[in-house]
Design a protein around this ligand. Sequence first.
Ligand code: SAM
Length: 352
Amino acid sequence: MNFSEIHNWLRESDDRRLEKLWRTADDVRRRNVGDEVHLRGLTEFSNHCVRRCAYCGLGAHNSGLEHYRMNADEILACAGRAVELGYGTIVLQSGQDSGVSGQWLADVIERIRRQTPLAVTLGVGERNAEEFALWRQAGADRYLLRFETSDRALYERIHPDLDGVRSDRIAILHQLRELGYEGGSGVMIGLPGQTYETLARDIELFGELDLDMIGSGPFIPSPHTPSARSDEKQVPNSEIMSYKVIALTRIICPQANIPATTAVATLNGQAGYELGLQRGANVIMPNITPPRYRALYDIYPAKAGVEQDEDYHSLLKERILAIGRRVGAGRGDSPNYINRRHANKEAATCAR
Ligand code: SAM
């Protein structure tokens, strides 16, 4: 699918034609990543953040936020909970927290890998090359870093540099790949200033970067942030636009792991997850952060998962079965990554 086809689909409003997009994406999903839905235990372990991203409620401009940082034992308890629930991965996510040292996080990763069979995914922002290498050595498997938008001018407006260091998330994604991480990225849908052309280019770029995981979700205005006050024109930050992005991403990156994200569920609850899964997604990241911290990870209001109770996890599994899918077993590495590693090994063997 080329740029203008992606662009036309993003503008499509005829329900019958959109049915065709959903069917195609679902078919590509089934043939490439199968019927399993992989569940990742999302642990939001710190809401401290040194950045001032215009869109995010954790940004340093939100002076009213009550801060927390979980200790290592609390994080290990979440890993234990993920194992109990039958999940194959723990996702450690946080603001860009300068109070989290490279070594401290490396020790936590090492403990999780030693004590559990879980794969470890990190999403802790733009850290330095030594830290990425240290965490990989400690056993981290995957790294999530959204490039947020492919429009450099828009990116610079919403994601200011820090201490004079130019933020270049695309360069970091290349670094992570070199280190052998499974690399994940994504964008927000309907950011003020985002055009249909930009969003089509975002999706095209997913393919060019050969990403292993791609998570995109609607921009949800957060009251304490500059983006919430913007009146710039934008692509709709709607549920339907989010499904279009999921479906097109699946067609462009058939073997990537693609979540139905929390932001989609924030717009339409469990149905948001299910429609995402039926339109190209194969991953859900249920929140396993201890309830007392969950509401404080306040990137935007009314975030899905904050209020969920203990029954939630078994209900989720029932719903997955009810739409004719299976709950994924094991780590659920992305076929895109597995095939790349395999091809690299073969190339190395041939070169010998
Ligand atoms: N600090 C890490 C980072 O920047 O990658 C991870 C945490 S950050 C809160 C995770 C993602 O939340 C961001 O990449 C961004 O796409 C998303 N996000 C932040 N504010 C949002 C908003 N108002 N609406 C939708 N998504 C948002």
